[in-house]
Design a protein around this ligand. Structure first.
Ligand code: HEC
Length: 141
């Protein structure tokens, strides 16, 4: 009887907490279920800091033009059909850069772990240009 009751519970708990891609922090888990900002995949550009075909997901929506503290923006980049790049923006209470913490990870194959490529001011110095949309370039469509 106990086992019968426990089984559905395990299923519910497992469903509510998917695991992140290997090497990525837990807060990125399940990002493909969040709101997708772009309607079509964003193709690579000639001069592209995130060279890949991209989709952008966000865990929360902006209020009065600003994303709430705790918001995670995930940019997923694909090359040759697998997810090869994950770049994130994480809204914190920090004063600098409107609170955004930014990190990018890449991996060479579909089974490899992600490793960090870059973080911090190398990212925010460019994203600052999108300050009217709270440092986020991709608009919701
Ligand atoms: C030279 C400018 C530039 C630099 C440097 C840069 N980005 Fe971006 N980033 C962009 C542009 C432009 C877009 C939107 C178009 C695209 O995705 O190609 C973007 C999109 C993103 C997005 C999706 C949300 C959005 O703003 O549209 C995330 C997340 C992101 N970048 C994270 C990072 C991180 C993390 C770094 C540092 C490792 C970084 N970026 C460095 C220009 C830059």
């Amino acid at each position: 009887m106990r086992a019968l009751l426990a089984l559905p519970l395990v299923a519910v708990v497992a469903g509510a907490s998917p695991s992140p891609l290997p090497g990525l922090p837990r807060y990125t888990a399940g990002y493909t279920k969040w709101t997708k900002l772009n309607s079509r995949p964003i193709p690579p550009r000639t001069v592209d800091p995130h060279r890949s075909t991209k989709n952008v997901y966000v865990s929360r929506l902006p209020r009065n033009g600003r994303y709430p503290v705790g918001t995670i923006v995930v940019k997923e980049g694909r090359n040759r059909g697998f997810v090869s790049l994950i770049a994130i923006m994480r809204k914190t209470r920090a004063r600098a850069h409107n609170g955004w913490q930014m990190i990018e990870w890449t991996r060479p194959s579909r089974t490899a772990r992600f490793t960090e490529l870059a973080r911090g001011s190398i990212c925010t110095s460019c994203h600052f240009q999108a300050r009217r949309t709270d440092y986020v370039f991709t608009k919701r469509r």
